[in-house]
Design a protein around this ligand. Structure first.
Ligand code: NAD
Length: 285
């Protein structure tokens, strides 16, 4: 059966490295990075995500510059807050927690975040840099997947990689990151004909479709690496887009849910915030 990737351990290592980086930055006369999480409204799931991000940021020695706006705030007021944070030198990174309330235009709010403070890597500027293979802040979840693949020495150059899902948040940047590492990349989506057949080509299969149990053992090549990005809250806890128990009989390496990709997302957010702070303080070491 497959080896199980320990996302918690890799995430812990990344967070420790970031904490050391923060210490070095401060010891060298710099200022501790500041992360401004922006929460609009009181969606309970978003509150939990933001609380975890804030806690991790403090644990890494960064400044928690959280801001909360009421759910009925107007577009202009929300935009003014982003502009204020954009101009504040204490703010290294701005994270607008999505989804925002339906009456707000989140795309135009995101567009106000300067690329160098876009620690979620979601602005069109950073997406463009990634598409062109240039350096910039990369989306946290796909970067976290890359960190897992590297930690487990999964070869990428020339291999067949299949990404299931083409979202702006996960699937598309995931495919671009794999391409950057010279994998042969195929992207599947909801209209792909014979998903299992395409997935069976994959040496590296990354699943981010948001459909519980979408990928079973019939879609996995023997010995493949299978990364499950999906998160679903069921009655017996969290599970992903992959039928992990059955797939582990075929695959060589799999991520569990929970404890796989999930913990990496916040770790990469911290890593991005440190990168952003160093760049803003003129320290690119
Ligand atoms: P999304 O809904 O924006 O995109 C889903 C993608 O999957 C779409 O491109 C769609 O075409 C494709 N898809 C849907 N049904 C399909 C099918 N039957 N066959 C093939 N492709 C299909 O979702 P997202 O934001 O990309 O997130 C995907 C999953 O990852 C969700 O479960 C989400 O909760 C999870 N997620 C986890 C993390 C994390 O930190 N681990 C971060 C972001 C998202």
């Amino acid at each position: 059966t497959a080896q199980v990737i320990d996302g918690k351990a890799v995430a812990r290592q990344v967070r420790e490295d970031v904490a050391k980086g923060v210490e070095q930055l401060v010891a060298g006369g710099g200022t501790a990075p500041g992360l401004a999480t922006v929460l609009i409204g009181d969606d309970p799931a978003s509150e939990v995500y933001v609380r975890n991000k804030r806690r991790s940021c403090v644990a890494a020695g960064m400044q928690d510059l959280h801001r909360h706006l009421p759910g009925d705030v107007g577009q202009a007021e929300a935009a003014a807050l982003i502009d204020e944070l954009a101009a504040d030198p204490a703010v290294s990174g701005i994270l607008l927690q999505l989804p925002t309330p339906a009456h707000l235009d989140s795309e135009s709010l995101l567009a106000r975040i300067p690329a160098e403070k876009d620690v979620d890597g979601l602005t069109t500027a950073n997406a463009g840099l990634l598409a062109q293979g240039r350096s910039g802040l990369r989306p946290c979840t796909p970067s976290g997947v890359m960190a897992l693949l590297d930690q487990y020495d999964v070869p990428l150059q020339g291999v067949e990689a299949v990404v299931v899902g083409r979202s702006v948040l996960v699937g598309k940047p995931m495919a671009q990151l794999l391409l950057e590492r010279h994998a042969t990349v195929t992207i599947c989506h909801s209209r792909t004909r014979d998903l299992a057949e395409v997935c069976r080509r994959a040496d590296v299969l990354v699943v981010a479709a948001g459909i519980p149990g979408l990928v079973g053992p019939d879609a996995v090549k023997p010995g493949a690496t299978v990364i499950d990005v999906g998160i679903h809250r069921g009655e017996e806890g969290l599970h992903g887009d992959v039928d992990t128990a059955a797939v582990a009989e075929v695959a060589g390496l799999v991520t569990p849910v929970p404890g796989g990709v999930g913990p990496m997302t916040i770790a990469m957010l911290l890593a991005n915030t440190l990168i952003a702070a160093k760049a803003q303080q003129g320290r690119s070491d």
